[in-house]
Design a protein around this ligand. Structure first.
Ligand SMILES: Cc1cc2nc3c(=O)[nH]c(=O)nc-3n(C[C@H](O)[C@H](O)[C@H](O)COP(=O)(O)O)c2cc1C
Length: 143
């Protein structure tokens, strides 16, 4: 069975809703998935994963602080060639998705799905459907 981990951080719950829907999409596609908040995630959690999926909202044109801290933890893991994907909720500019994508590619040498998934504000039913589909797309890329 293929394995994936979804690591996210969220202040007002929007990116968390996306994370849970992406997990549902991956599970529907038969992937064994773990969900963790960035503040609790460690480099060891990434061992044996086929895909690492990172989610952060955009705050003051950047990542939420806990996700920035987690990237220094991620540097310790060997993720070269593994599948990566980024997502997050935003209000008007949404830089976090590109920052995560660039970091996974350049720092970790991952095979990142582009574009990542951005949703403005709180995800609607349609937005949650897009998240589940994004999860299925990640599952396809692992197989
Ligand atoms: C202080 C503050 C700064 C923000 N800065 C940005 C920003 O630079 N760009 C942007 O697209 N959204 C910005 N937002 C909007 C958030 O990204 C948006 O509310 C998002 O849905 C929050 O996601 P979360 O519920 O997962 O924390 C900001 C919100 C706050 C409160």
């Amino acid at each position: 069975m293929t394995k994936a981990i979804v690591i996210y951080e969220s202040r007002s719950g929007n990116t968390e809703m996306m994370a849970k829907a992406i997990v549902a999409g991956l599970e529907e596609a038969g992937v064994d998935v773990e969900l963790k908040r960035a503040v609790r995630a460690k480099a060891d959690d990434l061992k044996d994963m086929d895909a690492v999926v990172l989610g952060s909202p955009t705050y003051v044109r950047s990542l939420i602080a806990a996700m920035k801290t987690f990237l220094f933890e991620m540097e310790k893991a060997d993720l070269k060639g593994k599948v990566g994907a980024a997502f997050g909720s935003y209000g008007w500019s949404g830089e976090s998705i590109e920052i995560l994508t660039e970091t996974m590619k350049n720092l970790a040498g991952m095979n990142v799905i582009e574009p990542g998934l951005r949703i403005k504000g709180r995800p609607t039913e349609q937005g949650l459907k897009e998240c589940r589909e994004f999860g299925k797309k990640i599952a396809e890329k692992i197989k």
